[in-house]
Design a protein around this ligand. Structure first.
Ligand SMILES: [Zn+2]
Length: 237
């Protein structure tokens, strides 16, 4: 009890010097909220399902998926904040992703959770991978272990959304499995945005090549219509 009181006191003190802000609108919020109630209401209006995305796309190699929001407005601002290293929206979305995943894969069947990686250089420069922040929050909510050693991104100088659609699939080949075997594992693969599915398709195929029995994908946002991918300005396709 004393520890809880002490933690609350230090959180309040911290909030005095570094005020807690909503990642979606930057308004100041109480220290114990992840996002503000107004943005939470806006996000609820942006909820979509994995099926909404899947009905517009060909069959993918994964076993099922979870998606939360259309990639626009408050959700887009939240994702951009996570890319800048903010944790509030990441933790908020991670808990929702965990809930959504439960409808397609029971947590006890999940061997581990991993994420679409960033290059070693980018991780070193930023100090984090934004997809890892999302995966960590989902893993904590699901009570399942994280694996950081299954996939790697190799350096590429071109931003994926600058490429013609036909070349994007080939560009996704910069993602490869590591030498870690995944025999028999049931893996949840987390990404920030699902657009054409090329990145997650490649990562899923690589995990299967190393032995994974099942792969489920979990994306915070999705762009449902492929022709809107370019205007969405995402390089995580
Ligand atoms: Zn807000």
């Amino acid at each position: 009890m004393q520890n809880a009181a002490r933690r609350k006191a230090s959180a309040l003190l911290l909030d005095t010097f570094w005020p807690n802000r909503c990642d979606c609108c930057e308004e100041r919020i109480p220290y114990d909220l992840l996002i503000c109630p107004e943005c939470e209401a806006l996000l609820q209006a942006q909820r979509i399902t994995y099926t909404d995305w899947a009905t517009h796309h060909s069959t993918m190699p994964w076993d099922g998926g979870a998606v939360l929001f259309s990639y626009e407005k408050a959700a887009k601002t939240g994702i951009l904040a996570v890319k800048d290293g903010h944790r509030g929206f990441a933790e908020y979305a991670g808990v929702l992703l965990a809930e959504e995943l439960k409808s397609c894969c029971p947590p006890e069947q999940i061997s581990c959770i991993t994420w679409v990686p960033v290059t070693k250089r980018r991780k070193r420069q930023q100090g984090y991978a934004h997809t890892e922040l999302l995966a960590r929050a989902a893993a904590a909510a699901l009570g399942r272990p994280l694996r950081s050693d299954l996939l790697a991104e190799h350096a590429g100088k071109i931003r994926q959304h600058d490429l013609p659609a036909a070349e994007r699939k080939k560009y996704a080949e910069r993602f490869t499995a590591t030498d870690r075997r995944t025999d028999g594992l049931s893996i949840v693969l987390v990404d920030d945005i699902l657009t054409t599915g090329n990145t997650l398709r490649r990562c899923t195929e690589e995990l299967r090549r190393q032995g994974a029995a099942r792969v489920w994908i979990a994306a915070v946002c999705a762009t449902i219509h492929p022709d809107r991918a370019a205007s969405a300005g995402t390089d995580c396709l």
